[in-house]
Design a protein around this ligand. Structure first.
Ligand code: SF4
Length: 318
């Protein structure tokens, strides 16, 4: 019997964002360096989990504190589940899986789903519905409806409660089955430039798209508009990447500002290495060194014995 493919929300949304990027990540299995944002996100999720489990309210974060208070000290709540084990729903050709940050089950049958977010990325309502779908196994006999929200930890605000009936989630399930089957039947894996190209590890593999680009005289169809918009996204990403390369060069060489003729309009602020990695723990840095093979052949145990500053120097080395 062939093993069914597991499809999480991030896997599906990555495919829908750019099939080529999905192929590089999941078929060619090119390992990606965990971004600082990802590592910080993991840490924040752990912090939230601990706050709920230990029934603590954070100091200096009033909105988050009152948000948690609604759940931690609420006598009308029957059960509260925080991220832990993987939730699954099995279909004929794939398995949907994922971890839902918080599921709150009320005595009156209401079920609330919360997803913690770090950064200020756009909220995709389908992601909330996806988590409600995974939470179906927990709905009580007297289930009335789902309420779901994103809580943005950096800004200390939440996106507003969305309300879904069982029928809404069942309808969404039909849609998600079609989307997952499209992923499973994909053969072409075309590049699809988008606003996240700048953060894509495979950007250097996409320069061909712009090679034969001719500036358009006019836009007379939606297809042309999409094509131009996609090329603009990629060109923007290339330009920002070029700036990043310049910054790194300046950081390495110790120059504070480029003031030569060719760069007179440029005033790059040089990021301090200390600031850039300030929230990474020693363990995070060791993980990154091992994944990026910047460990100079040293084992994890040997890296653990090094001082934090030495590890940071290794990380910044060329
Ligand atoms: S840079 Fe953009 S187009 Fe190229 S693989 Fe990444 S997401 Fe796709």
């Amino acid at each position: 019997m062939t093993k069914k493919t597991k499809i999480s929300w991030s896997k599906l949304s990555l495919y829908e964002q750019c099939p080529y990027k999905w192929k590089r990540a999941y078929i060619d299995k090119v390992r990606e360096l965990p971004s600082e944002a990802l590592l910080r996100g993991r840490k924040e999720h752990k912090r939230m989990e601990n706050l709920i489990l230990q029934r603590q309210l954070p100091e200096g974060e009033p909105v988050l504190s009152s948000f948690l208070e609604m759940y931690i000290y609420n006598p009308y709540i029957k059960n509260i589940k925080v991220e832990g084990s993987e939730l699954k729903r099995e279909y004929s050709s794939f398995i949907l899986n994922g971890r839902v940050d918080v599921i709150v089950i009320y005595n009156n049958g209401k079920v609330v789903v919360v997803d913690w977010k770090t950064g200020h990325g756009e909220a995709d309502e389908d992601q909330l519905k996806f988590y409600c779908l995974l939470a179906l196994d927990f709905i009580p006999e007297n289930f009335t409806h789902f309420e779901a929200t994103f809580f943005y930890l950096d800004g200390g605000y939440f996106s507003g409660m969305k309300k879904y009936s069982l029928e809404d989630i069942k309808e969404f399930e039909e849609d998600i089955i079609k989307r997952c089957n499209k992923l499973l039947n994909e053969k072409e894996y075309k590049r699809k430039p988008n606003k996240y190209c700048y953060w894509c590890n495979f950007i250097s593999e996409c320069s061909n798209i712009l090679k034969k680009y001719k500036f358009p005289e006019s836009i007379d169809s939606i297809e042309k508009a999409i094509d131009i918009w996609q090329k603009k996204m990629l060109a923007d990403a290339f330009s920002r990447k070029a700036e990043e390369l310049l910054r790194n060069y300046l950081m390495k060489t110790g120059n504070k500002i480029i003031n030569k003729k060719d760069f007179t309009k440029m005033e790059l602020v040089i990021p301090e290495p200390e600031l850039k990695f300030s929230y990474l723990t020693k363990e995070d840095i060791i993980d990154i060194l091992l994944v990026t093979k910047k460990n100079n052949g040293l084992s994890k145990e040997k890296l653990k014995k090094m001082r934090l500053n030495q590890l940071k120097e290794l990380m910044l080395s060329g």
